[in-house]
Write a protein that binds this ligand. Structure first.
Ligand code: FMN
Length: 220
């Protein structure tokens, strides 16, 4: 796959087939992605994979918390609200996604089902957690994690795999640490669900839009 094709083809997948992803494939993806840049080549990432029973245990527990309405308690602060331009883009995403999936805005039952489905990792058979040492400088290490995270998403395409960054997968880092044996002093920054896209489902093929170039590009 050519690089420009990969960049244009990558999209967040919100419906996966249950087929397991071979561990060797995941290792190959990480082997490739570890060439991502980082501050001073510190490579602050630790990568923990949950698949099989561990991925299912996480999905089950997240779903239970979702049903109880437990508020998120992430290791790193999450943005809860946006204003102006950003709010519009955020609202547009939700609206376009619901329309594409044929869900009415006031259909609370379907929206709850989709929300819980997100906690079920959209059916992905595996999730890649990006973890850092709790001692590290958060903002810069998070830049580095974004760098390898997105490289992982592109590398996955080479194997016919889809991905989605999932903030929802780090709403309850204590659960992630318990299930995956991650030490307390580490920070679970983000999870990336990975699997074969279910292209029979609208959520498996939905594509978000982008702001026009002239809105974001300025030659000073
Ligand atoms: C840090 C991060 C966290 C995200 N968390 C979620 C999430 O919890 N649920 C979700 O449906 N999408 C999540 N996304 C996916 C974004 O909604 C998606 O990247 C954005 O809409 C652009 O669409 P695209 O990835 O298909 O190009 C997340 C993306 C990022 C970068």
């Amino acid at each position: 796959m050519k690089l420009d094709e990969a960049i244009r083809n990558r999209k967040s997948v919100r419906a996966f087939r249950p087929d397991p992803v071979p561990r060797e494939t995941i290792s190959n993806i990480i082997e490739l992605a570890r060439w991502a840049p980082s501050w001073g080549n510190t490579q602050p990432w630790e990568i923990v994979i949950a698949d099989g029973v561990k991925a299912k245990a996480l999905a089950d527990t997240f779903e239970e918390e979702g049903k109880k309405g437990t508020p998120p308690r992430p290791d790193i602060e999450m943005p809860y609200s946006f204003s102006g331009l950003y709010k519009n883009r955020y609202i547009n995403l939700g609206r376009n996604l619901l329309t594409f999936m044929g869900v009415e805005r006031d259909d609370k039952e379907s929206r709850m089902r989709d929300y819980l489905n997100m906690y079920r990792l959209f059916g992905a058979p595996a999730i890649i957690y990006l973890v850092i040492d709790g001692e590290l400088n958060m903002p810069y290490s998070c830049l580095d994690l974004g760098s390898i995270g997105t490289t992982i998403c592109y590398s996955a395409l080479e194997y016919g795999l889809g991905t989605i960054y999932l903030a929802a997968s780090m709403h309850f880092p204590d659960i992630v640490k318990r299930v995956l044996d991650i030490p307390e002093n580490k920070k679970v920054v983000i999870g990336i669900a990975i699997g074969y896209p279910n292209t029979d489902m609208p959520a498996g093929v939905f594509r978000s839009d982008r702001a026009p170039l002239e809105e974001i590009l300025h030659f000073a």
